[in-house]
Ligand binder design. Sequence first.
Ligand code: TRP
Length: 333
Amino acid sequence: MKKNVLGFIVVIVIALAYYFVNNTKKGNEDVAKSEKVINIGVLQLLSHPALDSIYKGLEEELARQGYENGKNIKIDLQNAQGEQSNLALMSGKLVSEKNDILVGITTPATLSLANVTKDIPIVMAGITYPVEAGLIASEDKPGNNITGVSDRTPIKQQLELIKQIIPNLKTLGLLYTSSEDNSIKQIEEAKKYAEELGINIKLASIANTNDIQQVTESLASEANAIFVPIDNTIASGMATVVKVTDKFKIPVFPSADTMVKDGGVLGLGVDQYQIGVSTAKVLIDILKGGKPAEMPIVLANKSIIYLNEAQAKKLGLEIPADIKEKAEIVGNK
Ligand code: TRP
């Protein structure tokens, strides 16, 4: 009897020892696997507060999920400073340096990456209309090496909000950049819905930041309010836009939280940092074996109303209580 018990204990001890040795080995193998540094190439069109927040959200979420820049991942962030020629050069560099995965921040940046590689997975970080820009075949099934996050917003609802805030709106100015595919499509939508809602519009486009002041001045002299879509060039020149519209005492309604903060009055938009967070999640799914061709586009938009109360006050604009109740207040004061 005693012998049996002893024998039993010996067997258990051996089994446990075997289990522990084996498990430690497996654990080490996992660590070894994650010690292979993953190279991530990021291409950003330019710096403006929205795009910088997207990048921050991306890097911080990756870290929260255990992918730390400089440890088990290496991020090569390239910023084209708004220059098309830089985009081409930098895309070429990111691909030839054999990054494992690429991230495009903005439509122009992603288009440029898509031009150089059909194999390396590309994750879109906040691309407004990826199908219309020619990046993917469909939002449900991209069909190629590209997938990611769209930041598009419901333009009809935005126009309805503007109408509610300015009931006697005569002319709504639409200000956008003629070379940005993302903006062109949004302006088409805005035109369509404005007609449906009986809003009279006036279009004004810029080619680059140098045009902003003059074009905004002529638009502001003819409109009682200005709508701006999710537009990179205008986002980077918001200060100039607002300087002009303040002079004319008219409000600007943009489509991104950061642009409201930079002097817009109100916008139905997306939290830019969250675009980065969602982008990181898609990227990790791909690292774990997801195939971009099969991965539907993620919509970042939660239709949050952002209100810059200080700016509304400055313009003497009364925001209806029901809108104010739902809004998230942004801006300095
Ligand atoms: N959606 C833009 C594009 O497709 C990029 C972008 C993301 C952006 N967030 C923004 C532009 C906020 C202006 C403001 O290129």
